[in-house]
Write a protein of this length. Structure first.
Length: 84
């Protein structure tokens, strides 16, 4: 039986900026990413021409370090700065 990746499932503290988007922590990184996508889809923030890009609203702009548009791969790196 394969052992799950405990580092990925370990509850992390969520910064204030990120908590506005995903809710208060602590929560595992996987749950943060899941809730982030729920927020993005609910607020229709995916670029319609290029689905890999996220167009940030004010809450996400704070999480993304002021960037208006980020791709989904860069998003993961920027969000990890808000987890401790």
């Amino acid at each position: 039986m394969a052992k799950s990746n405990s580092a990925f499932m370990k509850p992390m503290n969520v910064s204030g900026e990120l908590a506005l988007v995903v809710g208060k922590g602590p929560m595992p990184r996987s749950e943060v990413v899941k809730k982030l996508w729920v927020y993005i889809k609910k607020n229709d923030l995916q670029d319609p021409k290029n689905k890999r890009n996220i167009n940030a609203d004010e809450n996400l702009k704070n999480v993304f370090g002021g960037k208006k548009t980020v791709n989904m791969f860069e998003m993961t790196k920027l969000v990890s700065k808000h987890l401790s």
